[in-house]
Design a protein around this ligand. Sequence first.
Ligand SMILES: Cc1cc2nc3c(=O)[nH]c(=O)nc-3n(C[C@H](O)[C@H](O)[C@H](O)COP(=O)(O)OP(=O)(O)OC[C@H]3O[C@@H](n4cnc5c(N)ncnc54)[C@H](O)[C@@H]3O)c2cc1C
Ligand code: FES
Length: 254
Amino acid sequence: MKEQRCFVKENKKINENYFLMKIKSEYISKNSKPGNFVMVNVSETFDPLLKRPFGIFKSEPPFIWLYFEVVGKGTKLLSNFKKNDKISILGPLGNSLPEFKNKKILMIAGGRGIVPIFYSIHTYSQHNDIFLVYGAKSEKDLNLYEEIKSKKLKKLFLYTDNGSVGKKGLVTSDVKNIINNNKVDITISCGPEPMFKTLVKKIEHIGTENYISMEALMGCGFGICHSCAKKTKNNNYKQVCTDGPIFKMEDIKW
Ligand SMILES: Cc1cc2nc3c(=O)[nH]c(=O)nc-3n(C[C@H](O)[C@H](O)[C@H](O)COP(=O)(O)OP(=O)(O)OC[C@H]3O[C@@H](n4cnc5c(N)ncnc54)[C@H](O)[C@@H]3O)c2cc1C
Ligand code: FES
């Protein structure tokens, strides 16, 4: 982990709420693995004081890409960054997914949960069969088609809550059937907490090895402030920033 002053190479507006930011960082791009995240200083002033956590969407040295949704003050400030602006980033942070070979992997992405999933597809698609289920509230939340379609996927299943793209329904709707029909060995998922809660009920006992990438409110990003603690099944606490963000689904208390 290293704090770096980097240059923004592009901050592309995908639509009113979503941005894809390309940043030059030799160190982070060379040292990152699927699942890792960075803490970004969204302002040159002390307001807001705390850096904000973002997953790494793509890493091609010397560049990394962040895909973010504008939800509050920090992400609004981040959306204002322009080409050649300097930006301070700490990373890569957190744990990462293990290596997989010759497996059938189902990736499940809800909304901006596509970030670590996209990085994982890029990493694992050469030696594994990848199935992707990608869902969001509506068309404007289901972005980056071109990037996703450029990846080697066995099958792609799209869902929106309102049916504006893909099948109408939740991203979790058909997961059990997809796993059974395609003899899936491993699932990797990222999305909002309600998505995980539904997923656990559906697939916990189905026989797959299940990995999740979790979000939490984060103060520091490297194990000092304890703001990111999550309860585990055996009533201990794990820190999402250092023990995660990747966890085995069954280790968390839902
Ligand atoms: C490991 C990790 C990876 C993440 N990766 C991405 C990513 O790739 N793209 C992306 O758009 N966002 C990602 N997030 C979430 C992102 O960090 C928050 O949306 C951001 O910090 C909000 O900052 P803000 O100042 O704009 O919002 P604030 O003004 O701080 O908050 C606005 C609203 O967002 C909620 N919120 C803030 N932080 C989080 C959080 N961490 N989880 C859930 N809700 C939150 C607040 O409760 C509030 O309702 C990630 C979070 C973590 C912990
Ligand atoms: S964010 Fe500070 S301990 Fe995890």
